[in-house]
Design a protein around this ligand. Structure first.
Ligand SMILES: CC(C)(COP(=O)(O)OP(=O)(O)OC[C@H]1O[C@@H](n2cnc3c(N)ncnc32)[C@H](O)[C@@H]1OP(=O)(O)O)[C@@H](O)C(=O)NCCC(=O)NCCS
Length: 209
């Protein structure tokens, strides 16, 4: 499926790295940032995802593989799929929990190994009332550190709809290079899709600066 970065519940997604495409990912750890706790997704997150995720502002730039209108069991189906992917070591899925409350999830971020074809290794979404506070940048930086420093991956690939200014800005701020423009299929219809490449050495140089 195209547009994996632009995925969400429920989605199916599919270089050579130090962890190859066939290497299972370890069980994801809890990650912390100044304002967020990123903890592995749990089955009981289904109802809050069903409440927070299915909004046009969130889904319009996400992959057309997301069922829309979102069905009543959309989140439960998605969480089941995510738990299977984590159990098989295919992907890591984290719930974003703000330290200042509420106690439940306000968004998600996911990471998976490069398959050498999709050029996409991350997905994220945040409930609209929490947008524009720098929260996803914070989560993206923490997950990038996990990929480069803990998993030892040398590079990451990302995609987004060209019109998705917030997602695009996160890649720019992380120091990713725009390497391709293709046509993607999104919930809101087909349109230009940007492909980005971030090298560990570039990201580490930015962090050191
Ligand atoms: C994309 C998304 C995760 C961004 O989350 P966020 O927490 O609001 O982003 P941040 O606050 O960390 O912002 C990061 C940068 O993007 C900018 N930005 C965020 N939303 C923006 C928007 N709608 N338009 C223009 N710039 C935007 C911010 O200003 C910031 O840049 P700056 O530091 O130079 O000012 C959020 O808009 C979202 O969930 N969208 C729906 C799902 C989605 O599109 N996921 C990604 C699919 S590829």
């Amino acid at each position: 499926m195209a547009g994996v970065e632009c995925s969400g519940p429920a989605f199916r997604h599919g270089s050579e790295t130090e962890m190859t495409a066939t290497s299972p990912m370890p069980s994801p750890p809890v990650l912390e940032t100044p304002r967020l706790v990123l903890r592995p997704l749990r089955r009981k997150d289904g109802p809050v995802i069903q409440h927070r995720f299915p909004h046009w502002e969130i889904v319009r730039h996400l992959s057309a593989g997301i069922p829309w209108p979102y069905p009543p069991d959309g989140a439960a189906t998605h969480v089941d799929a995510c738990l299977g992917e984590m159990a098989r070591g295919e992907k890591a899925h984290w719930a974003l929990i703000p330290r200042s409350g509420p106690a439940d999830l306000i968004g998600m971020i996911s990471l998976w190994p490069d398959d050498g074809v999709s050029r996409s290794q991350r997905g994220f979404w945040l409930a609209p009332e929490f947008h524009r506070r720098g929260l996803m940048m914070e989560a993206a930086e923490r997950v990038t550190a996990y990929a480069f420093l803990d998993l030892g991956w040398p590079e990451l690939w990302f995609t987004n709809a060209q019109e998705n200014l917030g997602s695009r800005r996160i890649k720019e701020k992380q120091g990713a290079r725009l390497v391709d423009l293709m046509i993607g299929r999104f919930v809101g219809g087909p349109g230009p899709q940007m492909v980005w490449h971030l090298l560990r050495e570039d990201w580490m140089a930015r962090m050191a600066a």
